[in-house]
Design a binder for this molecule. Structure first.
Ligand code: CP3
Length: 355
């Protein structure tokens, strides 16, 4: 296997010059696409869709083909690991994920298995391999997992939460129980990501969606060390080259320097972080990914174009910017606006060919 024909994304991850700024979008596959909703209906449950490598391949490719994105992302979910740990994960229509048997005690933690990506999670590397095959050499494929802290929030809270009361109580009253859970999750996430890389993933992203609800001290105690352990535990080689690792902590703008110190290759940025300020703080140590407000996609295309231009400008002309949203595509945005966005990023970032 060689580099993909369109290697703009991998070039930007490595801070090498590229002819234009590459773009992919978190949650680029999903309910805003009518062709996704059709396949989803056919699959029945959302998790059944994730567990069918054939259907997961189909929905992974849908936005790439429709919009000409510069990278594909594995269609799956961060909650595949909690699902395989067998605590009764369900997706409830209109409510989001629910975990029937939350993890509350040291005994609960000790009873959790580390899921085997060669067995109960085998559908994930199978999907990676099937997607690579279907993509041919067109664009690279990004694998992903949730951060230990973010997975722990779902497992302790029993689903989505507004207050994070249960897990924050655990962090304060029984920190050793939480550390034990995070230690188990870091091992599960590391083998899981290594299996995705072995199956063909050309980059991997850690979604630390709920890191931003922590205090700086709690981030340094319960989140950052586990992110660092994942970075250190990866065997990141694909096609003879290093597999870039992207860390995305939503709400983590204040901690970019510390995140760059983990050894990650790329930092994902939410829309509340100022790109020029971020670049000044991390220098050229890492590439930066982001960070258009996902709500910009509700606006008229002319208005979206101004926001795209402003975002490209703020990141500046130096190599090492991957265009993305500051969080996922919302299910109710018009698909044409996503298409317009991709076209605008490509056109407005066009650079003269190197002499
Ligand atoms: O980005 C992509 O296109 C790849 C697929 C992907 C999904 N989830 C598909 C999905 C990725 C990368 C994720 C990650 C994920 N899952 C995160 C981190 C990213 C983020 O958005 O912060 C989180 C927190 C989850 C957990 C999760 N899964 C939630 C909160 C939900 C939403 C529940 C709801 O009903 O809105 C899901 C379900 C989910 N994951 C959907 C998709 C397309 C919608 C499922 C459907 O009903 O068809």
């Amino acid at each position: 296997m060689t580099r993909p024909d369109n290697d703009t994304f991998l070039r930007a991850c490595r801070r090498e010059p590229a002819p234009y700024t590459p773009v992919w979008l978190m949650r680029q596959a999903g309910r805003y696409l009518p062709e996704y909703r059709r396949v989803r209906e056919q699959a029945g449950e959302f998790l059944d869709l994730c567990k069918s490598p054939g259907l997961a391949t189909e929905v992974t490719l849908q936005p790439v083909e429709r919009f000409g994105l510069d990278a594909a992302i594995l269609f799956s979910d961060i909650l595949t690991i909690p699902d395989a740990m067998d605590r009764g994960l369900r997706f409830v229509e209109g409510e989001g994920p629910v975990i029937d048997r939350p993890v509350l005690t040291a005994a609960d933690v000790d009873a959790l298995p580390i899921p085997d990506p060669g067995a109960e999670l085998g559908y994930v590397p199978d999907a990676v391999a099937a997607i690579r095959k279907a993509l041919g050499n067109k664009v690279p494929l990004i694998g992903f997992a949730g951060s230990p802290w973010t997975l722990a929030t779902y497992m302790v809270e029993g689903g989505a939460s507004k207050t994070y009361g249960a897990i924050k109580r655990m962090a304060l009253d029984e920190p050793e129980v939480l550390h034990r859970l995070l230690d188990k999750l870091v091992r599960a996430v590391s083998v899981y990501l290594n299996a995705q890389i072995a199956a063909g993933a050309q980059a991997v992203q850690i979604f630390d969606t709920w890191g931003g609800v922590l205090t700086p001290q709690a981030f340094r105690e319960f989140d950052l060390p586990y992110l660092r352990r994942i970075v250190n535990g990866l065997r990141p080689v694909q096609d003879g080259e290093r597999v870039p690792l992207i860390l995305f902590t939503k709400g983590g703008g204040a901690w970019l320097e510390e995140m760059a110190d983990t050894g990650a290759d790329v930092l994902g940025m939410d829309w509340q972080t100022d790109p020029a300020d971020a670049r000044r703080r991390v220098g050229q140590r890492v590439a930066l990914q982001g960070n258009l407000d996902p709500a910009a996609l509700y606006a008229r295309p002319e208005r979206i174009e101004r926001e795209v231009a402003r975002t490209l400008d703020a990141f500046g002309p130096a190599p090492g910017h991957i265009f993305n949203l500051g969080h996922g595509v919302s299910p109710d945005v018009p698909p044409e606006h996503v298409g317009a966005l991709v076209e605008m990023v490509h056109r407005l970032s066009q650079r003269a060919a190197e002499p």
